[in-house]
Design a protein around this ligand. Structure first.
Ligand SMILES: [Fe+2]
Length: 193
């Protein structure tokens, strides 16, 4: 069994001007596909070939983890995006208000942590495994908080390949606009999964 990822839910140009079709073409079409292909090459004819993508993320290490987790993280990132503005469902809004104090507090913390995530990595909204509360966490490289037992709700890719063609060094602008293109129904479904 080889791993694969879902097709994009929207046309490549649907997020413009937030993200250009050119960036989507490279990011989804080249970077993500390369992680999928490399992971499949690495697991071929091994016991790991029997695992699902999420099990690979939880159980593998080294180069297999790096490529499988990058495939999984990208799938999760693209699934969290929408060209059509969505409202935050009431139950999710209440949980965010409760755990961050306000929705603005959450947004500010997300933007600050994503902007300050040093080097290449991902910034996540999670349910922390220890406290049961929502939290914003950074991971580096291919890291994913599910390996610590957290429940993941949303992620933004802050590798430069995600934004450099459109924003160059202005990562903060990319992250701010990201929050205007989140599929909050996807986030809510992960809270309730
Ligand atoms: Fe990426």
């Amino acid at each position: 069994m080889s791993i694969s990822v879902n097709p994009l839910k929207f046309p490549a140009n649907a997020l413009e001007p937030f993200i250009s079709a050119k960036t989507i073409g490279f990011h989804y079409g080249k970077h993500l596909q390369n992680y999928v292909n490399t992971a499949n090459t690495l697991i071929k004819d091994s016991d790991l070939d029997k695992l699902s993508l999420i099990e690979l993320v939880k159980q593998s290490s080294g180069a297999v983890f790096n490529n499988a987790a990058q495939a999984y993280n990208h799938q999760f990132y693209f699934d969290g995006l929408t060209p059509v503005k969505t409202e935050v469902p009431a139950a999710l809004k209440d949980k965010i208000d409760q755990d961050f104090g306000s929705f603005d507090n959450f947004k500010n913390e997300f933007i600050t942590k994503a902007t300050g995530n040093f080097g290449s990595g991902w910034t996540w909204l999670v349910v922390d495994h220890a406290s049961g509360k929502l939290a914003v966490k950074n991971t580096s490289n291919a890291g994913n908080p599910i390996t610590d037992g957290d429940r993941i709700l949303l992620t933004v890719d802050v590798w430069e390949h995600a934004y450099y063609l459109d924003y160059q060094n202005l990562r903060k602008s990319y992250v701010e606009k990201f929050l205007d293109h989140v599929d909050w129904n996807f986030v809510n479904s992960n809270l309730n999964a």
